[in-house]
Design a protein around this ligand. Structure first.
Ligand SMILES: [Zn+2]
Length: 349
C-alpha cells in the first residue's frame, strides 16, 4: 500500500462500506499520483477493504488514454506498472478513471442514482436536480470498451465533474479525496429518494416450497421487501436494471403469485446463467439459490433497496435481451467471477 495516500484509502473504505453506494465488488476508486501513475481498485476486490488490504493496482494512465485515442481494442492491456501487489488485474472500469481529469475519482452503483438512471426519461428528471453542477449523462452501454468510447466522447465535448451512467451508476471526480467525497455527498443529497417502510415477510409457504430443493429462504429482511411492496415487486420481476445484477443474479428475479407456482419453480434445475437466482412470492417473501455468492447476496439487497425507492409511476428502461447476453458472455466478467470463487474469504462483507 506504499505510496497510496491514507486519506484516500480511508475514504474509499468508508464509501465501499456504504451499501447504498457500493455493493460487493462493484464500484471503484482511483487516485492519480503523477502524469503516469494511477492507483485503481483491482477487479474482484471489495472497496470496503481499502483500508487494510491490498485492493489497488498501479497502471499507466497516460498509456491507457493514448490507447483509447488510438482505438486499441483493450486499452488497459500492458498498462500495469511494476509496483504494488502482483497477480491482480485493474478493474474492468479502469478507463472511467483514466479518462476523468481529476486526481481522485469515485465510481459508485449508488442506489439513489440508479433509481433515477433506470427511468426512460432519466436525463429530463436529473437536469433540474443537478443544475449548477458540471455533469453529463451517459447513455447505457456495455461496461468495457463500448462504455469507454461513449465516456471519452462526452468528456471531449464538455468538462464534467459528475457523470450519471444510464442503468448503471455514478462517477464523481475531485482534486482530493475530500473534495470528491463532498461532491458525491452533494449529488446524493440532490438525488435522495424516500424508501418505503420495511414490512415483515411471511415465510411458511417459502419454507415448504424450498424444502429439499436448491433454494433457500433469504436471511435478510431487506431482501424480502422485493415481495412485499406491490409496485416494487412488479418492477423487480419485469427485467434487469443494471449490469452487476445480471452478472450475479441472472435476468431480473422471478415473481409468482401462488405457493404452487413457487414450488414448481424450485424443482427446476438449470445452468442457464440468465435464469434468475431468486424468486419472490408476492406478499410473502423471497427465496434464492443456496449457492448464491456473497456478492450475489449484496446485489439482491441492492435490488430491494432500489425497488423500495422507485416511484410506482416510474417508466423503467430494462436491459434488453441482447444487453443481458452481452453481460454473461463477457470475458472480463468471467475473470471477476473466477476470482470470487477462488477467494471466498475475501467476499465476506
Ligand atoms: Zn460500474
Amino acid at each position: 500500500m506504499t505510496g497510496i495516500p491514507k486519506d484516500f484509502r480511508n475514504i474509499s473504505q468508508a464509501v465501499g462500506a456504504d451499501a447504498l453506494l457500493i455493493q460487493g465488488a462493484g464500484g471503484n476508486s482511483s487516485i492519480k499520483i503523477d502524469a503516469n501513475l494511477m492507483w485503481v481498485k483491482a477487479s474482484g476486490k471489495w472497496l470496503q477493504h481499502a483500508g487494510d488490504d491490498d485492493v489497488f493496482v498501479a497502471v499507466d494512465q497516460a498509456m491507457i488514454n493514448q490507447n483509447i485515442a488510438d482505438g486499441i481494442t483493450d486499452p488497459v492491456a500492458g498498462a500495469s506498472l511494476p509496483v504494488g501487489p502482483v497477480g491482480l488485474r485493474p478493474s474492468i472500469e479502469t478507463t472511467l478513471h483514466s479518462l476523468m481529469q481529476h486526481r481522485v475519482v469515485f465510481h459508485t452503483h449508488s442506489i439513489n442514482t440508479i433509481v433515477h438512471a433506470v427511468q426512460k426519461n432519466a436525463a429530463d428528471i436529473l437536469t433540474p436536480k443537478l443544475a449548477g453542477l458540471r455533469w453529463g449523462f451517459v447513455p447505457y452501454s456495455q461496461p468495457g470498451l463500448p462504455l469507454t468510447r461513449l465516456v471519452a466522447d462526452i468528456l471531449a465535448s464538455q468538462p464534467c465533474d459528475v457523470l450519471v451512467i444510464q442503468n448503471h451508476g455514478l462517477v464523481v471526480g475531485g482534486d482530493s479525496a475530500e473534495q470528491a467525497l463532498a461532491l458525491m455527498n452533494d449529488v446524493e443529497s440532490r438525488l435522495k429518494t424516500e424508501a418505503a417502510a420495511m414490512k415483515q415477510p411471511t415465510v411458511k409457504a417459502l419454507l415448504e416450497a424450498s424444502s429439499g430443493t436448491e433454494s433457500v429462504v433469504a436471511e435478510s429482511d431487506i431482501v424480502h421487501q422485493l415481495a412485499l411492496h406491490p409496485s416494487g415487486f412488479d418492477q423487480a420481476c419485469a427485467g434487469s436494471l443494471y449490469p452487476d445484477h445480471v452478472v450475479f443474479l441472472g435476468s431480473g428475479i422471478a415473481g409468482v403469485q401462488s405457493a404452487d407456482e413457487l414450488a414448481a419453480w424450485c424443482r427446476v434445475l438449470s445452468d442457464d446463467p440468465l435464469r434468475p437466482k431468486a424468486i419472490a412470492l408476492k406478499g410473502a417473501g423471497v427465496l434464492h439459490s443456496k449457492s448464491l455468492s456473497a456478492g450475489g447476496l449484496e446485489m439482491l439487497k441492492a435490488l430491494a433497496e432500489v425497488s423500495r425507492r422507485a416511484p410506482a409511476s416510474s417508466d423503467i428502461r430494462y436491459l434488453s435481451d441482447k444487453e443481458e447476453k452481452e453481460l454473461v458472455n463477457w470475458d472480463a466478467e468471467k475473470y471477476r467471477q473466477t476470482l470470487s470463487a477462488l477467494n471466498p474469504q475475501q467476499l465476506i462483507p
